[in-house]
Design a protein around this ligand. Structure first.
Ligand code: HEC
Length: 145
């Protein structure tokens, strides 16, 4: 556990120093985020049996994922253009974007702390966490193609 916390701290520090390819880095974080949410979706839908240990593991991993989302390092002005679906609104309303990221972090932390012990509790925590994906994407992401 100590080494896990340490490695998260090191990763967070590395990110805030600089990001050589911020677009690739933020997409990788989002992909990991999507993969983690995808691990819980079948349980939420009742396609897989409820597993409290697995739920706790995924929410903890999501917390680490949220901690890596270092906005100044990942969204420099220079990364507005390129192979990205980030909306220009991010840079127009940086405070609003940061607030959306902070809300996600807080909801994930609450879900991890709640340690859901049954499907109903999981559905409640999952719904709150996943609501952030849609609301932030709607406000701060553009659809391409
Ligand atoms: C604070 C805002 C915010 C939150 C919260 C958020 N996202 Fe994102 N997400 C973004 C932005 C901005 C992009 C576009 C990144 C880019 O293309 O540069 C993105 C892109 C993505 C992508 C596409 C990555 C790629 O390879 O192009 C996936 C998948 C994704 N998000 C999943 C999620 C999931 C799942 C959640 C919720 C658990 C979530 N996101 C929550 C802002 C957010």
């Amino acid at each position: 556990m100590k080494s896990l916390i340490l490695s998260i701290a090191i990763a967070a520090t590395a990110f805030s120093v600089a990001s050589a390819d911020p677009i690739a880095d933020r997409k990788a974080i989002m992909k990991e985020r999507g993969g983690l949410v995808g691990q819980l979706a079948p349980m939420v839908k009742g396609e897989q049996p409820f597993d409290a240990a697995k739920v706790a593991e995924v929410f903890t991993a999501l917390q680490a994922n949220a901690a890596k989302f270092d906005i100044p390092a990942l969204f420099p002005e220079s990364s507005k253009e390129g192979d990205t679906t980030a909306s220009p609104k991010i840079w127009e309303d940086m405070a609003g974007f940061k607030a959306a990221a902070d809300k996600f972090s807080a909801d994930v932390a609450a879900a991890a702390a709640a340690k859901p012990q049954d499907l109903d509790a999981l559905k409640a925590s999952f719904g709150t966490v996943a609501g952030n994906c849609a609301s932030c994407h709607e406000a701060f992401r553009v659809k391409k193609g």
